[in-house]
Design a protein around this ligand. Sequence first.
Ligand SMILES: Cc1ncc(COP(=O)(O)O)c(C=O)c1O
Length: 377
Amino acid sequence: MKVPFLDLHAHHQPIREQLDAAIRDVIDSGAFAGGPFVAKFEQEFAAYCGAAHAVGVGNGTDALWFALLALGVGPNDEVITVPSTFMATAEAISFCGARPVFVDIDEATYNLNPALLEKAITPRTKAIVPVHLFGQCADMDPILEIAARNRLPVVEDACQAHGATYDGKKAGTMGAAGCFSFYPGKNLGALGEAGAVVTNQADLAANMQVLREHGQTRKYVHSHIGWNGRMDGIQAAALSVKLRQLDVCNLRRRSHALLYDQLLGETSEVILPAQASYGQSVYHIYAVRVKDRDQVLQSMAGKGISCGIHYPIPVHLQEAYRFLGRGRGSFPVAERCAGEFLSLPMFPELSREQIHAVAAELKLCLSAAKPQPACVR
Ligand SMILES: Cc1ncc(COP(=O)(O)O)c(C=O)c1O
């Protein structure tokens, strides 16, 4: 059986008419860049998250960048984050002129290890950016406590965690700001690029509204040097349609994860993702850990099952960040996980049959890769 890693066609087909109608409305109105469709989605998304404000921007990288800029992060500052993330988290810090300072991850949740956080804080630290990787929140209480004690704002990278909860609170609403990507494959995905920042601080929201609009406070009056970071009207209208089904889709992902857990639970060669007791993951990615990962990935592909790797090279070992001087061995947990992560197909429309096929094939691949016991003569 062929199983894709992601099936956006299956995802959009049932709501195709609603999406077409939403796009038609935007074309009829002419409100393509910013405008009323963006304002409507901002209200809906803020309400969904339980935040006072949402600011729609061009993508998740913009969201992180604007949030950090609005908090005053700039040259010579340090911003703490994790090496186990998509490159964009560190890029946003660098594009403020600041330096990313990495803290290793917790081996159970794959998120920032709070026990290592305080040691990384220096007089130059300006913010902390925990990443809710794979759809599971980082352990926010100790992170927020350390941040508060050191008077540092926390910016949540919630780009993979739309609707995830921590102690009943939604991802993105616990720090000063929460940043979301609506890249098409995300749990809440646009029909192109889009992103948003949620915050409870009116002044921060206002700063970001100015930044995303070339720093202008009134038409052609620029108080700041900003950027073109607006959200498209068409993306906002599509997101309003898709937001209505986010909770159902997240529930399906959680039930798929449970089935994977059951089917693979007895397989000693696989480390399954752990669901932390403090919240609910929305399983943007269902990543297991296996030895001989690359060989397993290839064998699965040979059987028609598309898996992924998120991410094969931790950020501190990327060529682009070599100048930071954090070589191999600097963050052992992140490095070990990067060598073992294997993301199994995960999307709401995945069928039980497909999940059974993925699990069965993974077990076969692992037993084929296992060294056979020597013959006793
Ligand atoms: C953890 C994380 N941060 C930031 C981003 C950047 O979002 P975007 O691709 O919308 O710019 C992504 C997107 O993949 C992500 O997964």
